[in-house]
Ligand binder design. Sequence first.
Ligand SMILES: [Ca+2]
Length: 217
Amino acid sequence: MGDNSKKLVEEKQEFDKNGLEKAPKWQPKVKIKPWLVLLIIVLVIGFFVFLAWQSSNKEKGEVYGVTTADAEELILVNSTKTRFLEPWKNVIDGDVDGFFGTTLARVVLRNRPYAVFEFKDDKPRKISRIRIMTDTGLRKRERYFLESFSLYVANKSGNYERVLDDAIKNGGGWQTYNFPEVEARLIKLILNKPINKNWIQIGEFEVYTQSELGLDD
Ligand SMILES: [Ca+2]
């Protein structure tokens, strides 16, 4: 008991000396570690180096232009895997330039990659045309360019029906495909070839309803 009260008195004196006469020194709640600062600096520099590399990785020359305003707005429902920086959402983003506009679908065990889309309002449409664009100006990507695809649609009952089975006929620019009008709630795009590579590239995919058939090929 005696020892304890002596200790308390000592502690109180110390507190009085350091705490009340001097303002307490400010200390950050989390200690900033030098290695963490260094890591953040490296990451920031790395990000800018990546941006520079990605812009230098593009070919100069042909530009395939932007998507048309009357294409239906799609959202991604589900899909197979892609390269990390080139996800399936890039195929419906209206961007036809570089990595950020491109989908690079992963081919696993020769299974055909695919993506399922629906209209933004979740309602069915009568569709009769699609457009596909493959070349977003990235170097050394020709070997991965989409060569052939299949298009399926599902109506309200959810049963898929094949609408198209077609090839990409003239390289990476925009190509238009027409088909008899069909009601679609879900649209499934399957990439068929090249299936012997690890990847298949596609830049943009558009869907049109009957009312937009004024568009020229
Ligand atoms: Ca795109």
